[in-house]
Design a protein around this ligand. Structure first.
Ligand SMILES: [Mg+2]
Length: 174
């Protein structure tokens, strides 16, 4: 298995249902924050997330935020969303992935890492034996290293035949 290959590509995180997770034998999600759940750097609510989170919780799914963002930002969103998590996670390095799985009491293979970036979220999830789900980024951030990473991501995904990733972030169409 290639370490850069996501198991699933989806358009929006809220398309992940309890049924989908059960189909793949999963009991929990490690969730990236920026451009996966919330537009990069934003503090604006996405109301549709509340119903999505409660559906997953009602189905017994464990959720945990795993972000490379600053802890203050992550604390704001864990409080707002109603589940735990950590910032400065140094994805794709394994330490935070293992601690997160321990924190929710699951084995890595029972969890999916969900994120919008190949070299942090997908690579880290695969390195740690998790299922990986890649989402189309909610917004474009203008950081030069992200732009470079996006170009390489497109090359890698194209090689796997995932042509959808050539599409613009959600915000570009709004
Ligand atoms: Mg992200």
């Amino acid at each position: 298995m290639s370490l850069l290959k996501p198991r699933l590509l989806i358009d929006d995180v809220i398309d992940i249902t309890p049924e989908l997770l059960r189909t793949h034998g999963l009991c929990g999600l490690l969730l990236d924050l920026d451009n996966t759940l919330i537009a990069y750097g934003s503090y604006e609510d996405r109301r549709e997330l509340d119903a999505w989170v409660s559906d997953l919780h009602l189905a017994g799914m464990k959720l945990y935020l795993l972000s490379n963002a600053l802890p203050e930002r992550v604390r704001y969103w864990t409080g707002r969303l109603g589940f735990d998590g950590v910032g400065l996670a140094s994805k794709p390095f394994p330490r935070a992935f293992r601690k997160a799985a321990d924190a929710v009491g699951l084995k890595p293979e029972q969890m999916a890492m969900v994120g919008d970036q190949l070299f942090t979220d997908v690579l880290g999830g695969n390195l740690n034996g998790m299922f990986t789900i890649m989402v189309r980024p909610l917004a474009d951030n203008a950081l030069p290293h992200t732009k470079l990473a996006r170009r390489i991501e497109r090359l890698v995904l194209k090689r796997y035949g995932h042509a959808w990733h050539g599409r613009a972030p959600h915000s570009a169409g709004r």
